[in-house]
Design a protein around this ligand. Sequence first.
Ligand code: FCB
Length: 454
Amino acid sequence: MTKQSDNTPQDPAVFPDNFLWGSATSSFQIEGATATDGRGESIWDRFCTKDGAIADKSDGKIACDHYHRYKDDVALLSELGLQAYRFSIAWPRVFPDGRGAINTKGLDFYDRLVDELLAANIAPFATLYHWDLPQTLEDKNGWVNRDTAYSFVDYTAAVLARLGDRVTSWATLNEPFVSASLGYRTGEHAPGRKSLPDSCAAAHHLLLAHGMAMPVIRDLAPQAEAGIVLNFTPAFAYSDDEADQQACDVVNGFENRWYAEPIAGKGYPAETAEALGWEQKEIQAGDLETIAAPIDYLGVNYYTRQTIRGNQQKAPQTLPLTDMGWEIYPQGIREILTTLHERHNFKKYYITENGAAMPDKADEHNFVDDQDRIDYLHNHLQQVSQTINQGVPVAGYFAWSMFDNFEWAFGYEKRFGIVRVNYETQERTPKASALWYREVAKSGVVTRHNDSSA
Ligand code: FCB
């Protein structure tokens, strides 16, 4: 296939032979079994008990019951021909109190999961922290407390000592922006706190935790790759007005540059720090060097774009929306990747999450003919293909999510899965999108011109 030099999306889009096709989940969103085998309480268990915190008043106690059904779930990954699986490890399973004594049974679960994946020839991509902080650490001020970063390093060492010989790829953190900002500034996520200075402190300690954990991963798993997963939501100014432009710069600085730039060794965006009034008193000598530890890859999570208007006004949305009310903007995935690569030249990128909640309707067989989700995946993958053709080293793609699951503050109302989960019976049924994605994974070719709904 000849490469096009312009940016017209191609169909079919042909991916390199060694491109990895996977799907992603996270511990709290699928595991359930929150009180089993010695697991401690996490901030999400606690948050779910707060009035009004979760839209459907649900919690993670059962979720997809993956803790008990992991064998069947791995079999399903295998049936779909997926080559890699991104999951996260629940810190409170390993250290019920955040630090101190290891709960061996908690590690045993991930040991079994990793072995099951390897036996099915699926590469394990493990994330150490996908938001489920042990509640005991939150009781000591959570990520606002620098000590939490040191506890994270101990936790990393314990996990790596057990699984370091078998996991293909490690990520320290998932979306520290969301942990810091929704957890400590807007209060929409656990632990539900609302303070801008606390959220800036949390952001710094999360990055510090990442930077301190990197050499531990390298020591204990020299053959594995190690990186971090960040989310990007490109922001566009509503108009040329100065107020809109300025507001947009702050959002881009706070969301899209705040984490990538320190990791790339460039420190925090100074003008954004100033605009936010962050005094930076948490930064100690050597921290920025620690945070800039070289990474093997950057994990990029991408879902949507945002339009920003100054003076507290809301910008209208103009593009089609997913069931989350998020605008569908496929070229954003390319824009983000090419910009990151131009600015920071990271060695390699994975799309660690991309996908859509859609208003799924299941038939009497639990089957969902989600042509809208196929369109979403197809259109974004076309853009990923263009990005690769433009010379950006993108090595794999993980559809979010393998299963419908606990979508944080939205509970089970929003369904992102390529596999339908019937929460009453726990039955799993691949949606049309999963069958379509199976063809993609098998052939390395992304096209809308095949019959995938059969
Ligand atoms: C990301 C999260 C993931 C999921 C998707 C929809 O921000 O990493 O757990 O909730 O959004």
